[in-house]
Design a protein around this ligand. Sequence first.
Ligand code: ADP
Ligand code: MG
Length: 728
Amino acid sequence: MSDLRFKSVEEASSRKAVKVDLPKERVDQYYAEKVFNRQKMFQYLPRTTYEALVKAIDNKEPLNREIADSVAEGMKRWAVEQGARHYTHWFQPMTGGTAEKHDAFIEHDGKGGVIETFTGKLLVQQEPDASSFPNGGIRNTFEARGYSAWDISSPAFIVGNTLCIPTIFISYTGEALDYKTPLLRTLNAIDKSATRVARFFDKSVKHVECYLGWEQEYFLVDESLYAARPDLVLTGRTLMGHESAKNQQLEDHYFGAIPSRVEAFMLDLELECHRLGIPAKTRHNEVAPNQFELAPIFEEANLANDHNLLLMSVMNEVARRHNFRVLLHEKPFAGINGSGKHNNWSLGTDTGKLLFSPGKTPKRNLEFIVFVSNVMSAVHKHNALLKASIMSATNAHRLGANEAPPAIISMFLGSQLTQILDSIEKNETDSIILEGKEGMRLDVSQIPDLLIDNTDRNRTSPFAFTGNRFEYRAVGSSANCASALIALNAAVAVELDEFADRVEKRVASGENIDKVLLDEARENIIRSRAIQFDGNGYSEEWKEEAKRRGLDTESSAPLMFDKYMEPSTIDMFRKAGIFSEKELEARNEVKWEMYSKKLQIESRVLGDLAINHIIPAAITYQRLLLDNVYKIKQLFDESTARKIGGQDMLTIEQISEHMSAIKSLVEKMVSSRHIANRKPSERDKAIAYHDTVAPLLEEIRMHIDSLELMVDNEIWPLPKYRELLFIR
Ligand code: ADP
Ligand code: MG
């Protein structure tokens, strides 16, 4: 086995950057060439079809079945010209990632042959035999099959030889079985409620769009080294490995020069992104060794999320061309930073205004305060839910693990915005905001200048205001961003609706609208102050303080999921029209199930590695030492022998202790698993895995990592951290 390690180190070290063929055209020539966007629709569809389709997309209406055949025909013609041979409905099951089932563009021609065809029926709706996707019992309960239906707001695209059609995935009785359906529902809800509030300020507003700009962090590992680590292959993270003498302490990786093999990979990836219409823009090294980031220009949230999911699968493909493997796991290596996916989130009107961005007039600034205060209030009320929405077995290693976002949701607003909110709370700004007169103590019309200077950033905050948007940083690197967006959008939509209700009621009773708006914003600020925290989110004091403030500090993932079933959550999702109680229940079942399964796999893999890889290596080394000590004893007198061989004797004993500890802990882990597996509910099972299996993984690892420091390097079977993290 150690042969494999050294062979893989040799292979990895000798690799050169793979040459990337640069396109001859300018980027605008090949950008979105693999996307059936409006330009292609115009080119490939009859005019009436084109117009009907574009109208349906713009008005967020379903596609008229009568034109579906015509759309399918044009789409197929384009796709076949691009070399596509298959098509698939591309959907987002609750397991995470995306799912596809490919079909060829063929049909019997009735004469023993086939014809190339693609009908509207196949484009619009399909029934993937998806019974094996987890559905939390929804399909048993409703005795219904699931079907996928085209989301016309996200354009079809080609990957390899396959035309991919973005779809929602729901049961026949209408329950969502995926992430896209509820995301679309929340986008609709927030459009309605935010438009209502925005119209207090500007009657010409008809729609509010939600924007998402994700930043994807990831690790790269050479494929030979990866292949020599069964834990990486099977679980996506290292279950053992002593930390490297050098890791990120010099902070020399962050924003450093990008290594040449990696740069070639990034270039190749960007080209792929651009061909697929993903506006990849920024790339850089991240804090940890071999950790990197890619960020696109922000887009409408549904499209942005599809692009993120597409990116994750394209990354895997491209990495293989460069003899790398991408690690999207939130915490592939202990002791160094994990990976997240910052979700830059904002709302904007169809009149081109960003609602979290202050403007030049007092009225505009009042609007800014109104929207910010409603977000504060929503995040405050639903802080526990927001945390549950980003929690998973893999993200649990990152949150609260003494680095990147703590397992407490708070909001960072920065000193300038805080100052403004303070003065509003203290009632100092009425006249200013309402009349914008001279001689005021804080000129709110100056907000934009203040915020432009607002460069204070807080890397420890899970939810930060960053000038014209909020940055939800706690989202995991492997997650579907939709989970976080669904919770956030729904909570904010309901908050805005209730705000609008209160304002309308007071205005109807004769109060001045500007005064009411400011009053209600002030109330929001006062009510939700507890959510605001600009200090160090990693500190122990914050944990205590947060508890005092009544924020959720639960750190067990399976228990966090309970928040989805709290009456206030059920009520909020019902009001927003996102989930029924039944759907929430079913989705939680899936979360618990996934949690247990991930831990079960990790536990099995670690058990195998410990017993079949590590202990044999330790025995081999121990035998060498025994041999040495035995020979020393034969050659030297007793006291000399003790002097020369004493250290080895001690090591022999220590190795034995670690080995027997590992063996008994693995046995204990196996029986804990058996007990957990017999629990009557998915929730109980997940709790048992969390409480009894997860701690053993850590304990076993400690013994293995100690052995790694003792055992002869030549014998150690698995690539070490220094090899995984520094060879590229
Ligand atoms: P950072 O300093 O956090 O790295 P960047 O300027 O790199 O910030 O932007 C990060 C992401 O935020 C990008 O995807 C960018 O497009 C996105 N972004 C910028 N403005 C907005 C906005 N108003 N709404 C949503 N996303 C935005
Ligand atoms: Mg950022």
